[in-house]
Design a protein around this ligand. Sequence first.
Ligand SMILES: Nc1ncnc2c1ncn2[C@@H]1O[C@H](COP(=O)(O)OP(=O)(O)OP(=O)(O)O)[C@@H](O)[C@H]1O
Ligand SMILES: [Mg+2]
Length: 240
Amino acid sequence: MSAPPLLHLQQLDASYGPIQVLFSVQLEVQPGEIVALIGPNGAGKSTVIKSIIGLVRVLRGQIRLAGREITGMATHHAPLHGIGYVPQGRILFARMTVRENLEMGAFLQQDPRERRRLVEEVLDQFPQLAARAQVLAGHLSGGEQQMLAIGRSLMMRPKLLMLDEPSLGLSPKYVDQIFAQLLVLRDQGHTLLMVEQNAARALEIADRGYVLELGRNRFADRASALLENEAVRRLYLGGV
Ligand SMILES: Nc1ncnc2c1ncn2[C@@H]1O[C@H](COP(=O)(O)OP(=O)(O)OP(=O)(O)O)[C@@H](O)[C@H]1O
Ligand SMILES: [Mg+2]
C-alpha cells in the first residue's frame, strides 16, 4: 500500500455560523509538493485553510494529516501536528526585532540554545533578514515582512506549511522574491499549500493546483495542465 497523502480533505463542508461556505471540498497534498489553491474572491480559499487548523467549523467530511484524522482540532494544536500557517496580512510583532519575531515562532521550544540555533538556521535561509536581524519588524518593507512571517512559521519545523496570499500587496520585485523563496523551500523538501490571487504566478511554481468556486471544487490538475486549460485561462487567469 502506498503512503497516505500528507494532507487529505474528503468531502469537506464548513460554515460560519449558519452560513455554509464549503461544499464537499476534496484536496490532497503529497509530501514535497507545492499545491496552489486558486479561485475568485469569496470562493472559500481562506476558509479551506482555516478549516484545517480549526478556525472554522467543519460540518461534514474529514481532514487527515499523514493518514491521521485531525478534523476539528483545536487551533493551538496545529504546531504540535506539524502544521505551519502564514495568515493573510503577515501578522508580526511590529515592535519586536526580526530576531525576536523568529524566536517567538519557536515558542514550544523550551531550550534557549536550541531556539537560538533554529533562529540562525532560518536566518541562513533568508539572507535579507539576516542583514536586518536587529531591525524592528514594523520598519521592514512589505516583502521583508512577508519573508519574516514565512521564516517565523519555519521555526517550528512544520511538515506542512500553509500560506494565505503570500504575495498580496507586494511590489513586483518582492512578489518575484517571495515566489523564488517558496521554490527554494520546496527544493529543500518542504511541503506547501498556498492560496493565491496571483493565480498564474502561483501555478507557475506549483506542482498541482485546485480551482475553487462558490465553495466547490471546479478544477484539479497538474499546475502545468491548468495553465494550458482554456476554460481555466479564460475564467481565472485573466484570459491570458
Ligand atoms: N468570518 C466570517 N463570517 C462569515 N462569513 C465569512 C467569514 N469569512 C468569510 N466569510 C464568507 O465565506 C465565503 C468564503 O470566504 P473566504 O474568505 O474563504 O474566500 P476567499 O476565497 O479566501 O476570498 P478572497 O480571495 O477574497 O480572500 C465568502 O462568502 C465570505 O463572505
Ligand atoms: Mg482569502
